[in-house]
Design a protein around this ligand. Structure first.
Ligand SMILES: [Zn+2]
Length: 289
């Protein structure tokens, strides 16, 4: 009886740990926004990295830093991607990624609650959940630096520095071959969350996620309308990795001083967490074929 009870408790804890908890994600979001503007190459993004690494460590994960110096149209910037690996039954991996830098603005205070904050906060909580899950594939949680353009406008190669660096490094060291799928989240904090199907993204991957959203009655958020987004998934797609961008660019506070805690909600993070975790078994089945 006592053993049965203990087993029951252990099972209940495992089940609880495997559920996305948006109150935890919200706390991460709040803490990172409190750091202030977090552009690449600043002490504030260094502080953000420390926060992410400490939170991952608390979940039993060690983040590896991938650091390089990149040339931008205005300066040379030291950038760092953070990579946390959760070993699975197979060595081939599924990558969940998002950026944690915020866009550089000198004329106003930009704290990027949704743009930079939501993706990083989401990934910290997702890492905790997936660490507690039995994963058929190895899972990599990838925090990208340098998504934002250094100049005001998004042009040429003045953006997606982190994803381009990561893919180039993976090509060089041969680890690209075991990268089976990449799921990108960006700006998923919007209180009024609406996510359109990005037509750059891989269709089967998009279909599986949208089907999971429909099953969970989130087809009001994961809409059937399409859009076309340039983001950190493009370098992966160009390298032949099936990839999808989960993004809400229909956000009035986008790249303004209003992208603050008032414009975002824990509920939106919960919706995306529930949908991606619901879609994951189908993605794994497809990749195992
Ligand atoms: Zn942005």
């Amino acid at each position: 009886m006592r053993i049965a009870l203990v087993l029951l408790l252990v099972a209940a804890q495992a089940a609880a740990a495997a559920t996305f908890d948006s109150s935890r994600a919200w706390e991460h979001l709040r803490q990172m926004v409190a750091i202030g503007p977090r552009p690449s190459g600043t002490p504030a993004i260094e502080q953000t990295r420390k926060y992410i690494k400490d939170q991952l460590a608390a979940a039993g994960l060690t983040a590896v830093e991938q650091t390089w110096e990149d040339r931008t149209p205005i300066d040379a910037v030291r950038m760092t991607n953070l990579i946390a690996t959760i070993p699975g039954a197979r060595k081939e991996r599924i990558v969940f990624s998002g950026h944690y830098d915020t866009k550089l603005y000198r004329e106003f205070r930009f704290v990027g609650a949704s743009d930079g904050g939501s993706s990083a906060a989401f990934l910290i909580e997702l890492a905790r959940v997936l660490k507690a899950r039995k994963n058929p594939f190895t899972v990599e949680i990838l925090f990208l630096d340098g998504e934002e353009a250094r100049l005001p406008e998004w042009n040429g190669t003045d953006n997606t520095y982190g994803s381009r660096h990561y893919v180039a490094a993976a090509r060089r060291d041969g680890s690209l071959a075991s990268l089976k799928a990449m799921i990108l989240v960006d700006m998923i904090g919007d209180r009024d969350l609406t996510i359109r199907r990005d037509t750059h993204s891989t269709e089967w991957l998009t279909d599986l996620i949208w089907a999971a959203a429909k099953r969970r009655n989130h087809d009001d958020v994961f809409m059937s309308e399409t859009t076309r987004i340039e983001d950190d998934h493009l370098p992966f797609l160009e390298a032949g990795v099936p990839s999808v961008d989960i993004i809400d660019l229909d956000y009035p506070a986008w790249h303004t001083a209003q992208d603050t805690l008032d414009a975002v909600s824990a509920r939106s993070l919960q919706t995306v967490g529930d949908v991606l975790l619901a879609a994951l078994p189908a993605i794994e089945s497809r990749l195992a074929r």
